[in-house]
Design a binder for this molecule. Structure first.
Ligand code: UFG
Length: 339
């Protein structure tokens, strides 16, 4: 298929570009580079062994998005483009609702106008809300989210479900758990701007000397070691999950289907620190601080549906996630160059 990868220069999008090419698909990257650097593109071409088509485009611009579909023949869209920082979304809710919903609307309008009806969406485990029992299962209701960021995911899932049923779209809603790691080459990876919000990039920046110490947000949770537990998933496994979902769209049992993409096995913050120390050979100094508002003690996903229906499961371990993150971070201590 010829696949539009919206947000294809970003962390998960860039890794998915490589999985798509490896599976024989053609890709067209669309990105506004608001949270990605154009210098990822030559690295992707090197790893993919082919030239890649890319467009600098703001997907909230409906006219520009329609023009893109008029110039590129496309069979499917994978939609990664959006704002994604939970904390920031509470401070700038309108920006989150506007960007994440508008880009989805303009993609859907252009897809309908150009008769492209396959859609794979970047959703999140955050849609299970604060009180779903673990492991999270796709059929759990009601979906809910405590941050504006999470609410955009719940809302977009609903929009896509309605559109799929009414307009003949085939939609896979991929609910990610905690994506970490980097391509095994160490040439592409996660490059957060400013202070990292997430655990793994923060640990990696401490290991490489960009930051002095990690703060562990709370060690008094009702878990084995008192720190929060999450279902970490290697970004390369996650990328392969998108290809499996794309390849399965036409055979899905319903027009829209949600899939958990996780390992099904949670790890604690302290376990992640220890694994990273093993992988890097560096010590990660940390202090225990107060809990971070909004954090749940632990959650992980039931990955059975993706295994049964998509034939996909994770194959990379926590040690692989840490080793690959370290390879990326130590070779690129300041992330991608500006030019
Ligand atoms: N943590 C620290 N110190 C840090 C950063 C994180 O101790 O400096 C802890 C957090 O408190 C949490 C764990 O590490 O216990 C993981 O935190 P992340 O921020 O890496 O990930 P979250 O589970 O909070 O967030 C993820 C995704 C979001 C999604 C959310 C809920 O990044 O997109 O899960 O599903 F919304």
């Amino acid at each position: 298929m010829r696949v539009l990868v919206a947000g294809g220069a970003g962390y998960i999008g860039s890794h998915t570009v490589l999985s798509l090419v490896a599976d024989g698909h053609e890709v067209v990257i669309a990105d506004d580079f608001s949270n990605a650097k154009p210098t990822v593109l030559p690295r992707l071409e090197e790893l993919a062994g082919t030239t890649l088509t890319s467009h600098r485009i703001d997907l909230t611009d409906r006219v520009a998005t329609d023009r893109l579909f008029a110039t590129e023949r496309l069979d499917a869209v994978i939609h990664f483009a959006g704002l994604k920082a939970v904390g920031e979304s509470a401070e700038k809710p309108l920006a989150y609702y506007d960007t994440n919903l508008s880009s989805t609307f303009s993609l859907l309008a252009a897809m309908r106008a150009h008769d492209v009806r396959r859609f794979v969406f970047s959703s999140s485990a955050t849609v299970y809300g604060d009180s779903a029992p673990v492991p999270y299962h796709e059929d759990y209701r009601p979906l809910d989210a405590s941050s504006p960021y999470g609410s955009t995911k719940v809302m977009i899932e609903r929009v896509l479900s309605d559109v799929a049923h009414a307009e003949g779209f085939r939609v896979a809603l991929l609910r990610y758990f905690n994506p970490v790691g980097a391509h095994e080459s160490g040439t592409i990876g996660e490059d957060p701007q400013g202070i990292p919000n997430n655990l793994m990039p923060f640990i990696a920046q401490v290991a490489v000397g960009r930051r002095e110490r990690l703060t562990v947000f709370g060690a008094d949770y009702p878990t084995l070691d008192g720190t929060c537990r999450r279902d970490y998933i290697h970004v390369a496994d996650l990328a392969d999950g998108h290809v499996a979902a794309l390849d399965h769209l036409d055979q899905m049992s319903a027009p829209v289907r949600a899939f958990n993409l996780g390992s099904g096995e949670p790890s604690s913050v302290l376990e992640m620190i220890a694994a990273f120390e093993r992988a890097s050979g560096r010590q990660i100094p940390y202090d225990v601080g107060p809990r971070r508002a909004g954090d749940l003690a632990e959650f992980w996903g039931d990955p059975a549906r993706a295994a049964t229906e998509l034939g996909w499961r994770t194959s990379r371990s926590i040690d692989d996630m840490c080793a690959d993150t370290w390879r990326w971070q130590s070779a690129n201590p300041h992330g991608y160059p500006d030019a």
